[in-house]
Design a protein around this ligand. Structure first.
Ligand SMILES: [Zn+2]
Length: 245
């Protein structure tokens, strides 16, 4: 039960024999619940005996990254193999851009990426800049002290990122009778100009009736021809966009 995870439980410290109450930090609980919602396996939050003999993020006595007693800062998630490499690249991009400040480090695909692994170029410093070897092939997320009650949306954001983006809506041709009338008026104006020039669209200056060979007439004829073709194209589009009848 996902909600029970937030309440936590008790665990015996194998070194001291003391019973210690623990609960996961909020970001870990958030990712736990989303993993289940996505159908991804959660491999663990509180550690097994091997973990509990040490002082890592799967224990409530972690000494990593300013951890506070009683909190469990780590979660292991089985990212589907087909998504792991893409997920790693996407998450690193998000972390380097400043998202998910609660994350201290992550392991995935045998790589360990830590917030303190920085690279500076110019006046810009990037965290999670390089990796070292890790024994974890699955995703291990570790939080840092001070982020016990913040929220996290890593897996939720990944799922949104994976959703196919809706294709942009095609521009709708919305021409009504008024537009048709405008086009008809343009056609009529073009015809008047052609009449005045003594030619018709498509005729070359050599074909002009009164044999005027001036550059001005040639330019006008070519402009009118282009305009006429544009009107014809718009009319064809308009006819295609309107269902017959
Ligand atoms: Zn782990």
């Amino acid at each position: 039960m996902a909600s029970q995870l937030r309440v936590g439980s008790s665990v015996v410290n194998p070194k001291t024999g003391a019973t210690v109450h623990w609960r996961p930090i909020e970001p870990v609980a958030d990712e736990y619940e989303t993993a289940y919602a996505l159908g991804w396996s959660v491999l663990g939050v509180i550690g097994n005996v091997a973990h509990l003999k040490k002082t890592g993020g799967h224990t409530p006595w972690s000494t990593e990254w300013g951890a506070k007693p009683g909190w469990v800062y780590a979660i292991d998630i089985d990212v589907p193999a087909s998504a792991a490499a893409k997920f790693e690249a996407w998450l690193l991009g998000r972390l380097r851009s400043g998202f998910y400040p609660w994350v201290a480090y992550l392991n995935i695909l045998n790589r360990h990426w830590e917030r303190s692994a920085t690279k500076t170029s110019g006046n810009k410093t990037v965290s999670f800049a390089y990796s070292v070897y890790s024994g974890d092939h699955h995703l291990h997320l570790s939080g840092r002290g001070g982020y016990e009650t913040t929220n996290s949306s890593i897996l939720r954001d990944w799922a949104d990122f994976q959703k196919p983006k809706p294709a942009p809506k095609p521009v709708e041709v919305d021409m009504d009778a008024a537009d048709k009338q405008t086009l008809a008026a343009i056609r009529s104006d073009v015809a008047d100009i052609c009449w005045a020039l003594g030619t018709r669209p498509g005729q070359t200056p050599e074909q002009v009736r009164d044999q005027q060979q001036s550059t001005a007439v040639a330019g006008l004829v070519s402009a009118v021809t282009a305009l006429n073709l544009a009107v014809a194209r718009i009319e064809a589009k308009l006819d295609a966009a309107k269902p017959a009848g």
